[in-house]
Design a protein around this ligand. Structure first.
Ligand code: ADP
Length: 351
């Protein structure tokens, strides 16, 4: 479509009107057989000038001012007098089509913003619901144990001890959930700045394995390396955060890594990938069916809700892991086959 601004509109209007006036004059002179070309020309120029002047003024006042108001509203302008004049000059050069395109683009942008706000609102609601649900379960359990103790359970030493131990386990679970929530909110707000250093990934993994060895024995899981990795595997990353990543993934392989015979083996492998090291943690557990994979790293997402709560998961582990890996500008993914096992793989920059 042809571009039109207010000066071009005035020009077209003045040309049309002066042409019509000249034609009428010409016909009038022709009718009375009295030609005065100079007069026709002078009259047309006068008409042209007057129309052009008034039309420009009119469009300036009504059109450009109205457009400027639209611009002011859509861009939420708060400008000085000087900026106002500059802006007016810019707008007066714009064609109506340009203004139309810009307003349409602004509407689209706003639609996207509103959709994003709605999505965030829904996410916030779900998140609050999840948090209260997660905290309510252990709290209700603790209330139950305390009430039983008050109802006379406290008189029997054996019962009292057992109920207090159960209450303590539920308190631990609440603390774990709150710690994870704190961790995730720090990661999301960007308060946590990575303290990157170069260290040996193999020895950090050995440290994590030592910490989880007892739990692995209880769950009948053998923790192994794919190779002896006697030489250092140098990576550049935030050591403390990486320890959390390894602890979460190895802990999951212990909790969900047993086969139908009730036992399993976790294998940790490192692969050289030019600038990066690929880390894989493979288990022989029940696996994860395909429909769960896209949502696995969401907060509080669980494949088997009861099993996860039984083994003491907060449902936030993988969300924290993903945040940490992404803060390192790397990625994490999962491959899994039902009944065979799962592999969680992520990359790290070599140190
Ligand atoms: P949780 O605290 O429940 O373990 P995570 O965020 O660590 O939370 O894991 C989310 C869910 O993903 C778990 O509840 C579990 O259902 C599933 N999952 C995680 N790791 C594995 C694994 N190695 N094998 C099978 N399922 C797993």
């Amino acid at each position: 479509m042809k571009s039109t601004n207010h000066k071009q509109l005035s020009l077209s209007l003045a040309l049309i009107v002066s042409f019509v006036a000249a034609t009428i004059l010409f016909c009038w002179f022709y009718f009375f057989k009295k030609f005065d070309v100079v007069f026709i020309l002078a009259f047309s120029v006068l008409i042209f000038g007057t129309i052009y002047f008034f039309a420009t003024y009119f469009f300036q006042v009504y059109m450009v001012e109205k457009i400027r108001l639209i611009y002011k509203n859509i861009h939420n302008y708060k400008i000085s007098k000087k900026e106002n004049e500059t802006q007016q000059r810019i707008i007066s050069k714009k064609s109506l089509e340009e203004v139309d395109t810009e307003v349409k683009a602004w509407i689209e942008e706003n639609k996207e913003e509103v959709a994003e706000l709605k999505r965030l609102e829904q996410y916030r609601r779900e998140f609050l619901g999840n948090v209260s649900h997660e905290l309510k379960t252990p709290l209700t359990n603790i209330q139950g144990y305390v009430l039983t103790l008050l109802d006379g359970g406290v008189d029997d030493e054996q019962t009292a001890k057992s109920f207090l131990q159960r209450a303590e386990r539920n308190i631990d679970r609440m603390i774990e959930i709150i710690d994870d929530l704190e961790e995730i909110s720090q990661l999301e707000s960007g308060i946590q700045i990575l303290k990157t250093s170069t260290f040996d990934l193999a020895s950090l993994t050995r440290e994590v394995i030592d910490l989880l060895e007892t739990k692995a024995e209880i769950f009948n899981i053998k923790l192994t390396f794919a190779e002896p990795y006697e030489f250092p595997i140098k990576v550049s990353a935030d050591k403390e955060n990486l320890k959390k990543v390894l602890a979460n993934l190895i802990d999951n392989s212990i909790k969900y890594g047993h086969n139908s015979k009730g036992k399993g083996k976790t294998k940790i492998s490192f692969f050289d990938m030019d600038e990066y090291v690929l880390v894989e943690i493979t288990d022989q557990g029940m696996g994860i069916s395909e429909e769960h994979i896209p949502r696995l790293f969401e907060r509080f997402y669980r494949v088997d809700k009861n099993r996860s709560r039984d083994v003491g998961g907060s449902g936030l582990g993988l969300a924290i892991v993903k945040h940490i890996i992404e803060a390192h500008r790397q990625s994490i993914n999962v491959r899994s086959t039902l009944g065979v096992g799962s592999t969680f793989a992520f990359t790290l920059k070599k140190g």
